[in-house]
Design a protein around this ligand. Structure first.
Ligand SMILES: [Zn+2]
Length: 442
């Protein structure tokens, strides 16, 4: 079974990005079989089913390297009392109640909702970080089922924290990591941990032991707020990254999310240990925690990717937010034009390669067939030389028409094909108020 996505503008990305007008991507099974001139591809693959992509740009599917599916059903919820005044209050009064109030069906729905959003935004691969202390055991299986049913790719983990019970969640990660093994290219597993300030040395050592034995990385929030750094300094006499490194958390497969409050020595250590960092600009702005020293991290050679931290699933919007934020924060209109797209297009692909063992993020023969096909009539010439200008100022606001993952069309003509979007949203509207009520008693 093969398909020709034809007569579009193909933007291959990869090391030698090519912008091909009137081009076709031929997909066979879950891989890309050919890329090239549309007329030629029609001759070479006459039997393939044709999908007309004229008036559209064909890009590799986007990757989100830090998400929280479980936050979905908090949308529109109000918290009684004074507004949370700082990051720790936001956690205590909002997120640490939401996660405790989740029940099994909420977990499934709160995964399906953002998975649909992912399809709508051309996001085909997600690294998720899950928490549901009230319905913990088996929760990763529920999310796995939702991801498989949706047809996207996800790396899953459970957020271990000592805040409810010491070492809570280690067993759920261990069980799931063992079940997933090295992964099948669609589902992968990591060791999930909340953050240094909610984890004792003993719990971290236990997590690292599980991760090392299975050969997986750790996925943890690091120095998101100054409070995490201050806690590590006060209790252990070490800044956060150094503390976590001494306990064995850093490494090539590990993902340190945020790294807003890190010093030079910590940045050097992240580079030396090849630990990935994931930047979430919208979330950092929303929680008013500060600005990640993105340009310094990149200069030191740290692999920095881009996530949404549960804010949404639109990676182009997140990329543009990073672009704007770092121009403003640095008071310099010369920066972030190449760096913000680099996080999304190159670095996220490398972080995903370390998790899934796949060469995502490039349209090339033999690569996985994950595509985002976007309505876009370039109003000015579009080529390799000026692609970033179109990405930041044009494609960011264009609508995704068709999303393909593993060679399967998940959304076509803006219609979600394999999930009942209306039913899922209606059921979520029914269950969300119940979850909100349960949460008031926590
Ligand atoms: Zn997060």
């Amino acid at each position: 079974m093969s398909t020709r996505y034809e007569y579009g503008i193909v933007i291959t990305l990869g090391e030698k990005n090519q912008v091909l007008w009137d081009a076709t991507v031929v997909v066979e099974g879950d891989q890309i079989a050919a890329v090239g001139d549309a007329a030629e591809m029609k001759q070479r693959y006459p039997e393939a089913e044709a999908v007309d992509c004229s008036g559209k740009v064909i890009l590799p599917g986007f990757i989100c390297t830090h998400h929280h599916f479980y936050s979905s059903m908090a949308r529109g919820m109000s918290i009684p009392g004074e507004p949370a005044a700082n990051f720790v209050e936001i956690l205590e009064r909002l997120w640490w109640k939401v996660d405790r109030a989740l029940e099994d069906e909420d977990i499934t729905l709160s995964a399906q909702l953002p998975l649909i959003d992912c399809m709508r935004n051309g996001t085909t691969t997600v690294i998720d970080h899950h928490a549901s202390p009230g319905a913990r055991d088996g929760s990763l299986d529920l999310i796995e089922s939702a991801v498989r049913e949706a047809g996207l790719r996800a790396s899953l983990c459970y957020e271990v924290s000592d805040r409810n019970v010491a070492g809570g969640g280690v067993a759920e990660n261990k069980r799931f990591i063992k079940k997933v093994g090295q992964g099948d290219g669609q589902i992968a597993a990591m060791m999930g941990m909340h953050a240094s300030f909610t984890l004792s040395d003993a719990t971290i050592e236990e997590c690292v032991g599980v991760a090392r034995e299975a050969g997986v990385g750790c996925h943890i929030h690091v120095a998101e707020d100054a409070a995490d750094r201050e806690d590590a300094l006060a209790r252990y006499g070490l800044p956060t990254v150094i503390r976590l490194h001494k306990l064995g958390v850093s490494g090539e497969k590990s993902v340190f999310v945020h790294c807003v409050h890190v010093d030079e020595a910590e940045m050097d250590l992240l580079a030396e240990t090849r630990t990935s960092v994931v930047h979430n600009p919208e979330s950092n702005m929303n929680n008013a925690v500060g600005v990640t020293p993105l340009l310094q991290l990149l200069k030191k050679g740290v692999l920095v990717g881009l996530g949404t931290d549960g804010m949404g699933s639109d990676m182009l919007a997140q990329m543009r937010c990073a672009y704007l934020l770092h121009r403003l924060a640095n008071h310099d209109p010369r920066v972030a034009f190449t760096e913000a797209p680099q996080l999304l297009l190159q670095n996220n692909a490398e972080i995903a390669r370390r998790q899934f063992g796949l060469r995502l993020g490039e349209i090339a023969v033999g690569h996985p067939a994950d595509l985002a096909i976007i309505d876009y009539q370039p109003p000015t010439p579009l080529s390799e030389a000026n692609f970033l200008g179109h990405l930041i100022f044009g494609l960011v606001d264009a609508t995704v028409d068709t999303t393909v993952c593993k060679g399967v069309i998940l959304m076509k003509g803006k219609r979600i094909l394999n999930l009942d979007e209306e039913r899922i949203a209606a059921r979520s509207r029914e269950l969300a108020p119940k979850m909100w009520r349960r949460l008031q008693g926590l």
